[in-house]
Design a protein around this ligand. Structure first.
Ligand code: SAM
Length: 263
């Protein structure tokens, strides 16, 4: 039986909507990882740190303009409460942050704890960010209504990388981006669907051939969908050879296509 690190990764989340995090803690791989005590989650609601009867957490922006801005005080108190039990860095999920990638998730998966600030409205008073936030992370070039989904995306990306989180430990190794390539296509039963058969090599039982076919398919997908990934990657001899093979095959296909158009 495999044994995994005893360290439990601790996530403290600053959020107005703690219930949303059930989506991570109650379903699938991330739920099983919590059962295995690979990580734990503590939520801190800024509303619990307000002092007025309306539990106000936002106010109008100085200088005017649309939307509301989150007040410093309730957020600061919530962050300080989280910091009492978590020495990890404070991350604000924000469209202006550093883009989330596999490498970033992998490096964060080595931390023992993280405090995630999921903000709402137009955002957070900049002075709170300057004083309390160590890093800002974006999950993409688009704007969502709040930081909860981005925080959950970040958590899921990290949790599946924690040793012992995945049932079959190999499945993370073969995922897209892990070794700089996109994943190969996958097939399961039935063997034939709408007259399309599963590629023969996958039925051959020849593991070396299957491995090579999968690598070639990964290279093909990466080359045609995300050529930028290949540009940043040192290729092995085998990969260079397979890429040359793919180039030749593609050139032949193009020749055939233009011939078919003419006749
Ligand atoms: N005014 C902000 C801007 O244009 O950059 C957008 C605020 S957005 C409506 C409210 C909150 O959702 C943000 O403060 C952030 O916490 C979260 N959020 C929205 N889009 C995000 C993204 N792409 N990545 C990370 N967090 C995001």
């Amino acid at each position: 039986m495999q044994s995994f690190k005893a360290q439990v990764m601790r996530f403290d989340i600053i959020t107005l909507f703690p219930e949303m995090f059930d989506a991570v803690t109650k379903y699938g791989i991330t739920s099983r990882a919590i059962d295995k005590k690979l990580y734990e989650v503590h939520c801190w609601n800024p509303r619990d740190y307000t002092t007025d009867v309306h539990k106000t957490v936002d106010d109008r922006p100085y200088g005017g303009g649309p939307g509301m801005v989150m007040l410093i005080e309730p957020l600061e108190k919530a962050i300080l409460s989280a910091k009492a039990g978590n020495a990890g860095k404070v991350i604000h999920l924000s469209p202006v942050g550093k883009p989330l990638t596999h490498e970033l998730a992998l490096s964060l998966s080595k931390e023992t704890g993280l405090i995630l600030l999921a903000s709402r409205y137009e955002g957070v008073d900049q002075r709170l960010i300057d004083a309390q936030v160590d890093e800002e992370i974006s999950i993409g070039d688009y704007v969502l209504s709040g930081g909860e989904l981005p925080a959950m995306v970040l958590m899921d990306a990290i949790i599946r990388l924690l040793p012992g989180a995945l049932g079959d430990s190999d499945s993370a190794i073969e995922d897209s981006f892990v070794d700089g390539l996109l994943d190969c296509p996958h097939y399961t039963r039935p063997e034939t669907y709408q007259e399309q058969s599963v590629p023969e090599v996958l039925l051959s039982g020849n593991h070396a051939k299957i491995k090579q076919w999968r690598l070639k398919q990964s290279l093909f997908k990466t080359m045609t969908k995300r050529a930028d990934l290949l540009a940043n990657r040192l290729l092995t001899k085998e990969e260079s050879r397979l890429l040359l093979e793919l180039d030749t095959e593609l050139a032949l296909m193009q020749e055939q296509d233009s011939y078919n158009e003419k006749v």
